[in-house]
Write a protein that binds this ligand. Structure first.
Ligand SMILES: [Zn+2]
Ligand SMILES: [Zn+2]
Length: 338
């Protein structure tokens, strides 16, 4: 088989068949079953008849399936599965290097620690939780910066320009956003891992499925796919302060200014709660519209969603560059002017 074809099938296998992948078919099937159970229960509670046709209409609304926005999601899904690694893989800050440096720095500062006299499952569980919390914190910070810094927002806007939400919208992220995200993640997870290794006096490996943290994989199966749907599954009360339900993330995509810059976490609402960016959704569906600048020229095209962000971000940098004094126009030093 030619290297190109084997790369294609290799990426396809990793994306759809690795159990811990963000796009694994099994996790999509789990999301489908949860959605069916949710809709069935809702109709049953309202005393309505449960009909397959009505369920399918609610799961795959025609305006969502045939939307131009969904087509752009599909384009980005393809790009991120097959091309991203080739184009931007080199830009990664090494997680291992960060982890090793942190463990070394702690050893130099506080002296070496003996290996923990604990059963392996105790410190492996601890490191699994620690790395998951570090992932969520890194995700929150990157997302916060992407919303607050205009230059970064131009690249993140691609995700928010989706006018309908489907599980594929999860992959509608610009490569520049992805690149910064992966570097921040390497920094946060590497630091947490180095810290954990130092505390336990040995390399402690997290529990993982296809190299993905097992707690993260659990949430991918439970509700991450449903965050990008129109199904209002909301967690309220204390659950809504800890976990990012599908409704939480739909609020994040809302065009209502009251919802702007809220709910920036991935699986957890915890960091949003701590940093004051949490909006707990109501139990009953809120009327939402999605999509930033839906009428922008070239919305949902490769030109509009992949190349235009570079131009718009560059325009934001222009005033900064223009304000810099030109080499020939530097103010004379004080003594020369005197
Ligand atoms: Zn966002
Ligand atoms: Zn989203």
């Amino acid at each position: 088989m030619s290297p190109g074809i084997s790369y294609f099938f290799g990426q396809l296998g990793k994306a759809f068949f690795a159990l811990g992948s963000h796009a694994s078919l099994l996790s999509l099937a789990a999301a489908f079953l949860i959605a069916v159970a949710f809709l069935t229960l809702r109709r049953y509670r309202k005393g309505r008849r449960i009909r397959i046709k009505a369920l399918l209409r609610a799961l795959f609304p025609r305006h969502v399936v045939t939307s131009k926005s969904s087509l752009a999601d599909l384009g980005y899904f393809y790009f991120n599965i097959f091309l991203f690694g080739l184009v931007f893989g080199w830009a990664l800050l090494s997680y291992e290097v960060v982890s090793h440096s942190v463990a070394q720095a702690l050893t130099a500062a506080f002296g070496p620690r003996p290996p923990a006299a604990l059963p392996a499952f105790v410190y492996r569980t601890a490191i699994t939780i620690l790395l998951f919390l570090a992932y969520e914190l890194g995700y929150w910070l990157n997302h916060y910066l992407s919303h607050r810094i205009p230059f970064l927002w131009e690249f993140h806007k691609v995700h928010h320009s989706a006018t309908v939400l489907t599980p594929l919208t999860n992959f509608r992220v610009h490569p520049v956003y992805m690149c910064i995200f992966l570097n921040i993640l390497a920094l946060f997870i590497g630091t947490a891992n180095g810290f954990g290794n130092y505390i336990f006096g040995q390399a402690a490996h997290q529990y993982a499925v296809s190299e993905n943290n097992i707690i993260l994989v659990f949430f991918i199966y439970l509700y991450v796919h449903l965050q990008h749907t129109q199904l209002w599954i909301s967690f309220t009360g204390w659950l809504g302060h800890l976990f990012m339900s599908p409704a939480h993330h739909q609020i994040h995509h809302s065009r209502n200014p009251a919802h702007f810059n809220k709910n920036l976490g991935s699986c957890l609402a915890l960091w949003d709660w701590i940093f004051g960016t949490l909006y707990v959704p109501a139990a009953e569906p809120e009327k939402l519209e999605f999509g930033v600048e839906p009428d922008r020229p070239n919305a949902h095209t490769i030109r509009g969603e992949l190349f235009a962000p570079f131009a718009r971000a560059a325009l934001l940098l222009k005033p900064l560059i223009d304000r810099r004094p030109q080499a020939g126009a530097l103010p004379a030093p004080e003594q020369e002017r005197a």
